[in-house]
Design a protein around this ligand. Structure first.
Ligand SMILES: [Zn+2]
Length: 326
């Protein structure tokens, strides 16, 4: 389904760090950096754009020496940091069992450094992936290592989630895009769904993009209604708890529920519904200050999700069983 009127990609994904063109080296490329630091057009042979800065005074020989030392130290440290954050074979993909990325089928040595993620399994084998490919796998509900069919250990998944959160904080694109330079509205939307999914992930609820994307208008309508009812009545939440989970949920300009469910019952635009429900799901897990309150928000969101989606129910049967106690 085509998506129109999407906001600028730059709000979701960082801007390409390249110069606009050889003719315009004094301007920065305006496109979204879909391939890490650069757009698809500039990722092959990048020329980094540099803001004009005035050099105040040239460095002395002694200063240059210490700058050099610092750079060497930094290069060594970066390797170490990558090892710790992105796994044991991130710096040497040739040591992994797999030489191809699971989704793109390209050599793992061509995965941009920032997107590499690796782990060691129970048989002491190393595996390396492009984090964007793991998201694609999960969209198809695959959570096992595709080469061994073994469950990816929990500690490894935790480093994967951390890595994704790190990347998204810096607006790196986690959606695999093809070679078109511009990001499509569809891809921007996918990045948004993925961002919310990642937040639920971090709070212990693994969901698949597909579970949300496949909901039809009736289900989305019901979803909104369930969230509304849970929040206002069924959970019997105190005013204090509500304020902790979604601060200012009741203030006019930051209203959590902009409509009473019956006011929007007849809307039939699926894109509008998806956006409305996704916004709500996101508010539930990104507003609170404390993690314990975000976790509560995630529980509300997932409870309503389980009521409308049989796939979610299948994975989290206890969410609905708990409902029957109310
Ligand atoms: Zn570019």
């Amino acid at each position: 389904m085509p998506r129109k009127g999407s906001k600028k990609p730059q709000e979701t994904v960082r801007q390409c760090a390249n110069i606009r063109s050889k003719k315009h080296p004094d301007a920065r490329c305006p496109l979204a950096a879909t391939q890490g630091e650069f757009c698809a057009r500039h990722s092959k042979k990048p020329t980094r754009f540099q803001e004009q800065t005035t050099v105040t005074s040239p460095l002395t020989k002694k200063q240059l020496d210490s700058v050099g030392k610092l750079q060497r130290w930094w290069r060594r440290s970066v390797g170490l940091i990558r090892y710790r954050r992105q796994g044991p074979v991130t710096n040497c993909p040739e040591a992994a069992e797999n030489q191809q990325d699971v989704y793109t089928m390209e050599s793992t040595s061509t995965i941009p450094l920032m997107y590499r993620w690796s782990y060691v399994d129970t048989k002491k084998h190393f595996w390396i992936f492009d984090v964007r490919s793991i998201w694609m796998m999960r969209a198809h509900e695959q959570t096992t290592n595709p080469y061994t069919r073994e469950e990816i250990p929990e500690y490894a998944m935790a480093t994967f989630q951390k890595r994704c959160t790190w990347l998204r904080k810096r607006k790196y694109c986690l959606v695999h895009t093809n070679d078109t330079a511009e990001m499509s509205a569809e891809q921007i939307w996918h990045q948004k769904v993925l961002d919310t999914t990642l937040k639920y992930d971090m709070l212990g609820y693994h969901t698949s993009l597909r579970w949300f994307e496949e909901l039809n208008v009736q289900q989305l309508n019901l979803f909104y209604g369930e969230l509304w009812e849970l929040w206002f009545y069924r959970l019997q939440l105190s005013g204090q708890i509500k304020q902790q989970v979604v601060p200012n949920w009741n203030k006019a300009d930051t209203l959590l529920f902009k409509w009473n469910p019956h006011e929007i019952r007849n809307r039939s635009d699926r894109v509008w519904w998806q956006k409305t429900v996704l916004d709500l799901l996101d508010r539930f897990v990104s507003s609170a200050e404390l993690k314990e309150h975000k976790t509560l928000g995630a529980l509300y969101g997932m409870t309503a999700f389980a009521i409308v989606s049989s796939r979610v129910r299948h994975h989290y049967p206890w969410l609905v069983e708990m409902q029957e106690d109310f």
